[in-house]
Design a protein around this ligand. Structure first.
Ligand code: GN1
Ligand code: MG
Length: 363
């Protein structure tokens, strides 16, 4: 295993007298490396989640850690009894350890009896996920966005993502000539790419403390009840708009296919959308402004095309950013997302009806 030696050396730095006994690799997303470490301390078994932060992506990881410390402390104060993500400090009281190769490691307490889902399988799960992210928004609402660092500038800024894509097309014309259909698809949608950023610039869309990576796998569910326990992956919590958060949750939940599956498997499931929106609006509806509510449906296709642009850009640039397991995987991911954009567009009237109905009920 890639980091087994390092993990063995790290364990006693986080748990006094701890000895590594075994390691499980956790499905930890496309950026960081995440391990569930089993260890023994004076014959007692313990578990700890150890994570190596990708410092090529998070170039100022100490700011990421400062943000996470603030957010977890805030959540502990707001909901003291909740099972939430807790940073596990080192025995010296630090929140991370540097490994000498530029790697930054941190530990989280292991949350027992929890499971993450890469995909939603039932409307009940979707409701739970919507509720969890809605609650997160309201719990974090009084932590001022200005108190958090913007750890990846322009992280969700779709016009910037389009600009980076255009740049990659001109830098790698040979590769770009192989994605003509995708280029055409994007060309016909340029007119609405800057909608949210225009609203932000005009001061019509509030800047809030937001999660910014609300994919469904960032909700932990109770293994016995299948109720949402908490939201994880706080790396990108920073100032942002709630619309990317709602949109990203929809993007990753309604799709019947996984992110890199072939386009025939892509489906836009309306029963999942309805339950998810219900859970979200029940817990966060009253917090949202009219402009935010009016753009919930729009945000779903915007964040989906943003992801397509990011995957395509990385494909053109030779897969430098997102972890891939085969050549062309980022192109597969992008095609999957573009197909989803198409389906979201065709379901727009139905999604608008659902949101109108839910607004009447919950706001
Ligand atoms: C990355 O690594 P992970 O899965 O938490 C990415 C998100 C994307 C996601 C797509 C810092 O998240 O923005 O939506 O992949 N995170 C970063 O699966 O770029
Ligand atoms: Mg993430």
């Amino acid at each position: 295993m890639a980091h087994s030696q390092t993990l063995a050396e790290l364990v006693p730095q986080f748990i006094s007298g701890g000895h590594l006994t075994s390691i499980d690799t956790l499905h930890g997303g496309l950026i960081n490396a995440t391990y569930l470490v089993h260890l023994s301390v004076e014959e007692q078994q313990q578990q700890l989640v150890l994570q190596r932060v990708n410092t090529a992506v998070f170039t100022k990881p100490e700011l990421v850690m400062a943000n996470i410390e603030k957010v977890t402390k805030h959540l502990r104060a707001v909901a003291p009894t909740a099972r939430n993500l807790h940073l596990h400090p080192t025995i010296d009281g630090a929140s991370y350890v540097l490994d000498g190769e530029g790697g930054l490691w941190r530990a989280f307490d292991y949350l027992a009896d929890c499971i993450g889902h890469e995909q939603v399988s039932t409307p009940a799960q979707a409701y739970q996920a919507g509720k969890a992210f809605g609650q997160f928004l309201t719990q974090i609402a009084d932590l001022p966005p200005s108190s958090l660092a913007e750890t990846i500038p322009h992280f969700h800024h779709t016009p910037e993502r389009l600009r980076a894509f255009d740049q990659a097309c001109s830098d790698y014309p040979d590769r770009a000539s192989l994605i003509e259909a995708e280029l055409e698809f994007i060309a016909t949608r340029r007119s609405w790419i800057s909608t949210l950023e225009d609203l932000r610039e005009r001061g019509e869309l509030p800047t809030r403390t937001t999660h910014n990576d609300t994919k469904i796998s960032n909700v932990l569910f109770d293994t016995h009840t299948d109720e949402a326990v908490c939201v994880i992956d706080l790396d990108t919590v920073m100032p942002g708009t709630v619309l990317y958060d709602f949109g990203d949750l929809v993007r990753t939940s309604v799709n019947a296919a996984k992110e890199a599956d072939g386009i025939d498997a892509v489906e836009c499931r309306m029963d999942i959308f309805e339950s998810l929106a219900q859970g979200y609006l029940e817990s966060a509806g009253e917090t949202l402004t009219e402009v935010e509510l009016d753009h919930l449906v729009f945000s779903t296709k915007l964040i989906t095309i943003e992801l397509a642009l990011r995957f395509l850009t990385d494909h053109l640039m030779g897969d430098q950013y997102f972890r891939t397991s085969y050549a062309g995987q980022n192109l597969d991911r992008a095609r999957n997302q573009l197909r989803l954009v198409e389906l979201l567009e065709s379901h727009e009237p139905e999604m608008n009806e659902i949101i109108t109905r839910l607004r009447d009920l919950h706001i």
